[in-house]
Design a protein around this ligand. Sequence first.
Ligand code: SF4
Length: 301
Amino acid sequence: MKQVLQNCTICPRKCGIDRTKSAGYCGASDKIEVSKVMLHHWEEPCISGTGKNRGSGAVFFTHCPLGCVYCQNRDISRRSCAGTVYTVCGLAEVFLGLQRDGAFNINLVSPTQYTPQIIEAVRIAKSEGLTLPVVWNTGGYELPETVELLRGTVDVFLTDFKYASPETAKLYSAAEDYPATAAQSLAKMYELTGACEFDDAGMMTRGIIVRHLILPGHRADSAAVLRKIAETVPVENIRLSLMAQYTPEFLPEDPVEKYKKIRRRITSFEYSAVLDESERLGFEGYSQERTSATKKYTPDF
Ligand code: SF4
């Protein structure tokens, strides 16, 4: 593990940095940093459940390789953020604690930069009695070879597919290669999980949910994203989660012009157009009403 972190190429940024000495593009060093552990009630119903007292066992990791300008988790994702440091064994104990608290699953939020440590922590937790499905909750900016490492560790991929246009990906996430990379990693995820499986209570135990956040002024790109997903994996075997919760409140004030197009919420027309395209393509899944475009659904970090 140390060797991997001494020349880090875990994500598509491929910094090659020695994380035992300094942090990479994502802001992560060789220390595992966690910003919040909670029972999360606001994920998709097959992940969080619908009961009052249970939820998804969310572990919000600090930092992120993507760094989208509109990130609603910017308080924990930016390079300058600091989380609570855990050892690998300590992280395994967090997973077991969530299981004792009644979580439906272990929901690893923004985990990519800690992939080797998480694989080891899950292995230890399983040896000590962890039986819950493990959910990899990612921005979708993953290398297929890193996804391959998750074989036998992760049961459910809850992955974003944000952009189809390299220009849009470059503008908002400084990741021109996002569309091609996200498609390749999605194909690999499907190779690992196959079709979705659910338990008797309707909770997902295996499979893929692809999330897409609809951005204002970008409905054509959203439609292209849906078509790309449909070209990559069988739509009937995954679930799509269309998210209408975009809010410009997290955008930096400067530069005003550069992000002008997304300094508003999406319209009903935009939402309906993307929803229509998802239905035309035969997706099943979840759609979020535009009334969810509020900070209410952002955990307090
Ligand atoms: S995980 Fe972080 S340090 Fe490693 S390649 Fe990606 S951005 Fe760089």
